[in-house]
Design a protein around this ligand. Structure first.
Ligand SMILES: Cc1cc2nc3c(=O)[nH]c(=O)nc-3n(C[C@H](O)[C@H](O)[C@H](O)COP(=O)(O)OP(=O)(O)OC[C@H]3O[C@@H](n4cnc5c(N)ncnc54)[C@H](O)[C@@H]3O)c2cc1C
Length: 514
């Protein structure tokens, strides 16, 4: 089947949050968009699925970007731009750390409360703590003072520079810097520096020395400004509402639509081919698939672009960044009485600092029913826990070995969670176990990876690629583009992508605020 007649201005491959924000922004600018999603629900790693009366989040559940003020609240803005809104529930605490040497500390929404707790634990570093987090706030203030659009668009940069020159200079200054270098300027205590490492690792999956300062500034401040807010009904609501917005604006989304090829003609992207042989053409193609899956990098045997047409710049990128490990995730339905109503929603356990970057070195635990009880049947809670795991641990196993390994990881996670939620194993009503193979299969992500991490220490965010590619009319969006992983970050990438395309199609109605 061929549809050479162009019905759509832009085709977006993938309905992750990056793809959906691009599509909804383009639709809001008046473009006709088609989103092709290979799975049966929208949202990718930011989706939700239902089992036995439970609504489980696929991955993300600690959500930034839902504030009401400033410009960094990109989820609020993206929904608002297509006349949609998510009801959200504020989380009083971002997360609670359970770290070696009995370092148990929670990060309160209230900045002063968190800073004084940390200072009490590290009294000699009181000043350094204020200086480090204060510097993060300065970075955030620069970001929050201007509309966040495409840094690739000279006219945007020109306008924004004239409007907010100090913020622009501020941001340019921090772009090549990593959070660990800033921390070391102000802090000497090695345990506190390790704490800064886990503060970064829990969203960048990198220690502070390899985590860009721009991202750290954003995360370490937004949690106290806009705060962490959980979308009522589950994280998947964000994607569902973006889809509603796209459809109201005459855009279309198709599920079970697996794109196997981006069609090129005269070195330009002109359409896509689906696994059923169907071809659809459009002037603009956007890939929300990872760069490894789009360009077949790092010996990926799948590629949407024919091997001989892959730009050299993409191979260069894949030498600079490698795929992070994936996760083993468990989703549990458990007896409600197991968890006190004042327990915090998100927890991280590290038992040995030396293991931080290793297989099973960190355990992430979320109990979103503490914020939204509608996610589980009456009297039940949800626990979602995950730990880093590499695909190399899971490939080349027989079925029996695979199932047995799954059970081993499951028991490992249950034992660790039981340290903060005792009697867990006797109170489980429902369980799901996902491995890196599950992430690879259902999210279509190379090696099931969480996203790109630097191969070596880099100059902050500078080497991260933007949305344009060296193939004309082909754009990338999502966590393998600037500024990286996380729902709010990929929403930024979506805004930037739609703005860059909008300037090409001449549909940007862009005015800086007075
Ligand atoms: C376990 C886990 C926990 C996380 N926790 C948090 C958190 O608490 N807070 C936070 O902010 N972030 C968190 N994240 C990260 C966040 O979820 C991701 O960074 C973000 O959702 C990535 O969005 P994306 O748009 O780049 O891509 P994805 O979510 O990967 O979406 C891409 C979509 O494209 C589709 N697709 C791919 N290839 C094709 C194709 N060829 N044809 C058609 N469709 C295709 C996929 O099916 C998928 O739906 C977590 C991630 C994981 C895995």
């Amino acid at each position: 089947m061929k549809t050479n007649k162009k019905i759509f201005d832009a085709i977006i491959i993938g309905a992750g949050i990056g793809g959906l924000v691009t599509a909804s922004q383009l639709a809001a600018k008046g473009a006709k968009v088609l989103v092709l999603e290979k799975y049966i629900i929208p949202g990718g790693s930011g989706g939700s699925f239902k089992r036995k009366g439970y609504t489980f989040d696929v991955g993300a559940s600690m959500i930034f970007g839902f504030g009401e003020k400033g410009y960094t609240n990109l989820l609020t803005r993206a929904l608002n731009d297509v006349n949609e809104k998510c009801e959200t529930i504020p989380d009083p605490v971002q997360l609670e750390y359970h770290l070696p040497n009995n370092l148990t500390i929670s990060v309160d929404r209230e900045y002063e409360k968190f800073i004084s707790k940390l200072s009490n634990r590290f009294p000699k570093e009181k000043e350094g703590i204020r200086k480090f987090y204060g510097t993060c706030k300065k970075v955030f203030n620069c970001l929050d003072s201007m509309p966040l659009l495409s840094i690739e668009d000279p006219s945007y940069l020109f306008k924004v520079f004239f409007k907010a020159p100090l913020s622009c200079i501020g941001l340019a200054r921090w772009l090549p810097i990593n959070a660990g270098d800033v921390a070391r300027k102000f802090i000497k205590d090695s345990e506190l520096l390790k704490f800064i490492d886990i503060e970064c690792f829990c969203w960048s999956v990198m220690p502070a020395l390899k985590t860009p300062m721009i991202n750290a500034g954003m995360v370490f401040t937004d949690r106290h400004c806009g705060g962490i807010n959980y979308p009522k009904g589950g994280v998947g609501k964000i994607a569902e509402k973006l889809v509603n917005g796209i459809e109201k604006l005459d855009g279309k989304i198709r599920y079970k639509a697996n794109v196997t090829e981006i069609i090129l003609k005269d070195e330009k992207a002109i359409g896509v081919k689906l696994s059923n042989g169907e071809e659809i053409h459009a002037d603009i193609i956007v890939s929300n698939s990872t760069r490894w899956d789009t360009f077949g990098l790092n010996n990926n045997d799948k590629s949407l672009i024919a091997r001989n047409s892959v730009p050299k710049s993409e191979y260069n990128w894949s030498k600079t960044y490698k795929p992070s490990p994936s996760f083993v995730s468990i989703h549990l339905g458990v007896a409600g009485e197991l968890i006190d109503k004042n327990f915090n929603c998100h927890h991280i356990i590290v038992e040995d600092w030396e293991e931080l970057e290793k297989e099973k070195g960190v355990i992430f635990i979320s109990i979103p029913t503490l914020l939204d009880s509608s996610l589980a049947p009456d009297g039940k809670h949800i626990i979602h826990a995950f730990t880093p795991s590499s695909i190399s641990e899971w490939d080349n196993l027989s079925r029996k070995e695979y199932l047995s390994k799954k059970e081993n990881y499951y028991s490992f996670l249950i034992e660790k969670i039981s340290k903060i939620i005792p009697k867990l194993d006797q109170n489980i009503d429902h369980k799901e176990i996902g491995t890196p193979r599950t992430h690879r299969k259902f999210l279509g992500r190379f090696k099931g990876s969480y996203g790109p991490i630097p191969n070596k220490k880099l100059l902050g965010l500078l080497p991260m690629p933007f949305n344009t590619t060296n193939i004309e009319n082909l754009y990338c969006v999502g966590d393998s583009c600037f500024p990286g992983q996380g729902l709010n970050a990929v929403a930024f990438s979506g805004y930037a992508c739609a703005h860059k395309i909008g300037s090409k199609l001449n549909i940007n109605d862009f005015k800086l605020p007075d």
